[in-house]
Design a protein around this ligand. Structure first.
Ligand SMILES: [Zn+2]
Length: 230
């Protein structure tokens, strides 16, 4: 099996079996939504240590609004990567009570060929719609089940590591400090604090929130806007 798309109640195989197939145990949309939405906090770390990145794109031209999160493997940076294998998670805007996240979104008629008009951004609810798995080698379903387990374990471990300043320092994961000034973000290497240095602050008894409040951008002096695994 070269690839498949997982929906809420069924699965579609990209070649071979035609039509809707029964759900596959171990491949649930909840799992893929959780993986896609937790990725950003650790994206620099996952690129550096696992050569994986997640690329988000949107399509707000038609109905519904669509957000795509594509996991890429063998990546050297966040922008270029091979297309195989890949996991692409799609979210649609929804008016239902059950949703995965809220984002500001506005209709945009810009295409690759012409610049269009965009409307006023509005709070929009998004809910997972599908997860497409593509792989040239082997059984895509077996591989995807393994990846769902492996990626969840990696992200669970990072969530645990980033829970307190001490657990973060002892995990060996570095910290990236984000500046709210857009231009400073390109100077990413400036803003990495090694886990060894974090340990010195943890030994002083600082909590993670206290430590975050102390952080200032080395370039422009602004208070840090967010911290991530690096
Ligand atoms: Zn700055």
């Amino acid at each position: 099996m070269r690839g498949l798309t997982v929906y809420k109640d069924h699965v579609i195989h990209h070649n071979g079996l035609k039509g809707n197939q029964p759900p596959i145990e171990g491949l649930s949309l909840t799992t893929f939504a959780s993986i896609a939405l937790r990725w950003n906090k650790s994206k620099d770390y996952l690129l550096r240590t696992h050569a994986m990145t997640l690329r988000k794109t949107t399509d707000y031209d038609g109905f519904p609004f669509e957000d795509f999160y594509e996991i890429r493997y063998g990546a050297k940076d966040h922008y270029h990567a091979s297309d195989d294998p890949s996991i692409r998670v799609t979210f649609h805007d929804t008016r239902e009570a059950e949703f995965d996240y809220v984002a500001m979104a506005s209709r945009d008629t810009t295409t690759a060929y012409k610049r269009g008009r965009s409307g006023t951004p509005q709070e929009t609810r998004f809910k997972i719609h599908s997860a497409s798995i593509g792989r040239q080698e082997g059984d895509a379903d077996v591989w995807a089940k393994g990846e769902a387990v492996r990626l969840t374990a990696i992200l669970d471990g990072l969530d645990q590591a980033m829970h307190t300043l001490r657990s973060w320092a002892e995990s060996g994961v570095n910290m990236r400090v984000l500046c709210p000034t857009w231009a400073c973000r390109w100077d990413a290497k400036q803003a990495i604090i090694s886990s060894d240095r974090l340990l010195a602050y943890a030994d002083k008894g600082l909590s993670l929130d206290d430590f975050k409040l102390k952080l200032r951008c080395r370039v422009c002096g602004a208070a840090c806007s967010d911290i991530r695994a690096a």
